[in-house]
Design a binder for this molecule. Structure first.
Ligand code: EPU
Length: 303
């Protein structure tokens, strides 16, 4: 940790790199997180897990399933580390990890001190947290502390999970793995960083107007009254699904994912992503934001 504080020049903290697209040769030092270790404690109503940030997320989910500890089953097969989970507030099939985060421990690079922040102070939102704003580039997450209640209800309302008949946590886990394997390309075999864009959330009036013109658009009302649209649907409607530019392809089974299909360069990625985003903007009047982190020569870049 102290060596981190003593690094001269810029550096970028990487977990497994599963949500970062390196679009140019970065001039600084890439710091890889290899911290490991899981401790489990049990109280009357909850399991308490303390997990080092370099642990693999999916391995943690599977470890919990093997011990019949439920809660994470909808989040199976999400690539990346445990430390990255709170940054992005990873989510899938109706569940976000923030529901289980009791606290996050990090090394404050500016202060040179170890800090613990409570889950309810992390400003969690849809793919968002304090670690992407105030604490960006400043917090090296070392440990995530989870509280998993022993009594909870499985979340099975989302998409194909609703077809499960009286499932248990292992059925949900298996179904999520099956759905993800069928739709999403495995980054071990074809380079990709999952959803390239966030699903856009727009004001209700604007959403009503869009839905008048495109009544089939999948739209999800949010707690604050805004409406979330499915970016994959918007991109597909613009005709990009299955098409490619340079070495980048818009995945034929899930338009929200861009893959490195044939020796893509960083500039191919940016050019294609900008073209998609401009086309969606002109057809629907909706601005897409990148969900992935784009690392350029001097640090993170915007689309
Ligand atoms: N859709 C299309 N065409 C496509 C893709 C999707 O019409 O090419 C439609 C689907 O038919 C569905 C809707 O869009 O009606 C939503 O699709 P899906 O259930 O596949 O989910 P998503 O909104 O595209 C989000 C997350 C995924 C997560 C899934 C399941 C974001 C940016 N992505 O995708 O997360 O696995 O929901 O919960 O929120 C990731 O973050 O990397 C990721 C893969």
């Amino acid at each position: 940790m102290f060596q981190l504080a003593n690094l001269s020049g810029p550096f970028y903290l990487l977990g497994e790199g599963s949500n970062t697209v390196i679009v140019e040769d970065y001039i600084g030092t890439l710091v890889l997180n290899k911290m490991k270790g899981i401790t489990l404690e049990e109280s009357k109503n909850s399991y308490w897990l303390s997990v080092a940030s370099g642990e693999n997320w999916h391995d943690l989910v599977t470890w919990c399933m093997d011990k019949a500890i439920g809660g994470f089953e909808n989040l199976a097969l999400i690539p990346g580390t445990v430390g990255a989970a709170p940054i992005q507030n990873i989510g899938a099939y109706g569940v976000e990890v923030s529901a289980f985060i009791h606290s996050v421990e990090y090394y404050d690079i500016e202060e040179g001190a170890f800090v613990t922040i409570a889950g309810n102070e992390c400003l969690f939102g849809y793919r968002n947290s304090i670690f992407k704003h105030k604490l960006q580039g400043r917090a090296f997450i070392t440990k995530v502390n989870f509280r998993l209640p022993k009594h909870y209800s499985l979340v099975t309302h989302y998409g194909e999970l609703a077809s499960l008949c009286e499932p248990n946590m292992l059925d949900v886990y298996a179904k999520v793995v099956e759905i993800r394997r069928s739709k999403l390309p495995d980054p071990k075999f074809i380079g990709n960083a999952g959803s390239f864009f966030k699903n856009p959330v727009v004001a209700k009036e604007k959403a009503t107007n869009i839905l008048e013109h495109f009544p089939d658009a999948p739209a999800y009302p949010q707690e604050d009254g805004q409406i979330k649209f499915a970016a994959g649907w918007l991109i597909e409607q613009c005709g990009f699904k299955g098409t490619s530019l340079g070495g980048v392809q818009c995945h034929p089974k899930q338009a929200l994912v861009l893959t490195n299909y044939k020796n893509a360069s960083g500039s191919d990625v940016l050019t294609f992503a900008r073209k998609i985003s401009e086309t969606v903007q002109s057809k629907f009047g909706i601005c897409l934001e990148n969900e992935v982190r784009l690392l350029g020569r001097n640090g993170l870049v915007e689309l």
